[in-house]
Design a protein around this ligand. Structure first.
Ligand SMILES: [Zn+2]
Length: 242
């Protein structure tokens, strides 16, 4: 079982294995995670912020077109920035034909005329989280990059650029690690990934201190990082004067 995706600053509800499926249909197969090279964006095409449950019910009961065995999308990103994870990344869903189905993570934004700011921020941060999980950069495509379709909606070429940017800060999260005040710096740390070795935050790897709950702190010359068993890792940086 894959760990649920942790997306900093955005609630992620785990719907895996809980959404409606088509009666009597062969379930989706699986694919190796190494096959994944891109995120493929979709929209719902209706002027409502539909839940994954509602979209799954529609897709698995309709009798025309593709007879989806289950919801097409791995993730649904809502207008308020909340996210639903609907399948494992390894699930081979139907959403944009081949080879996109094998190589893509399907992300649906329920909307008609363009995503909200919170949707864009959540989708961008989700992309970053998926890249961290998979350990590589992912291309960002729209359904219409693979076939003639209105999906993912008007203005796609313009708002696609937003999804390629750094994850939105999402509001500072502060706390104490070993009594030291630290402030969230997800992207600051993330963008250093390529420069991490040798030496992280200006020093060789320091020792881990277990904090309980699966978390561990690792201290360096210029920062403290907080790692989590449950959430892969989370990054913290100590700011001067914080
Ligand atoms: Zn689509």
């Amino acid at each position: 079982m894959e760990a649920q995706i942790f997306v900093h600053g955005h609630r992620v509800d785990d719907r895996r294995g809980q959404l409606p499926v088509r009666a009597g249909a062969e379930p989706y197969g699986t694919r190796p995670l190494t096959a994944i090279t891109q995120v493929v964006i979709h929209y719902s095409g209706v002027d409502r912020d539909d839940s994954a449950q509602a979209m799954a019910l529609y897709q698995t009961t309709k009798q025309g077109g593709d007879l989806f065995p289950a919801l097409a999308y791995h993730f649904v990103v809502h207008q308020n920035g909340e996210i639903e994870q609907c399948h494992h990344l390894a699930t081979h869903t139907w959403h944009a034909g081949e080879p996109a189905n094998t190589t893509g993570i399907a992300v649906c934004l329920p909307m008609l005329n363009g995503p909200s700011e919170a949707q864009l921020a959540a989708a961008t941060t989700l992309r970053g989280a998926l890249e961290v999980r998979l350990g590589r950069q992912l291309a960002v495509k729209g359904h219409s990059d693979f076939m003639a379709t209105a999906c993912p909606g008007p203005g796609w070429r313009q708002w696609r650029e937003r999804l390629l940017g750094p994850p939105a800060p999402g509001g500072a999260r502060e706390g104490l690690v070993g009594g030291v005040p630290v402030r969230w710096a997800f992207w600051d740390w993330y963008r250093r990934l390529e420069g991490l070795r040798p030496g992280l935050c200006g020093s060789p790897d320091g020792p881990h201190r277990l904090l309980g709950g699966g978390d561990a702190a690792q201290e360096f010359a210029s920062c403290t990082l907080l790692w989590s068993e449950q959430r892969m890792w989370v990054g913290w940086k100590q700011f001067p004067g914080a």
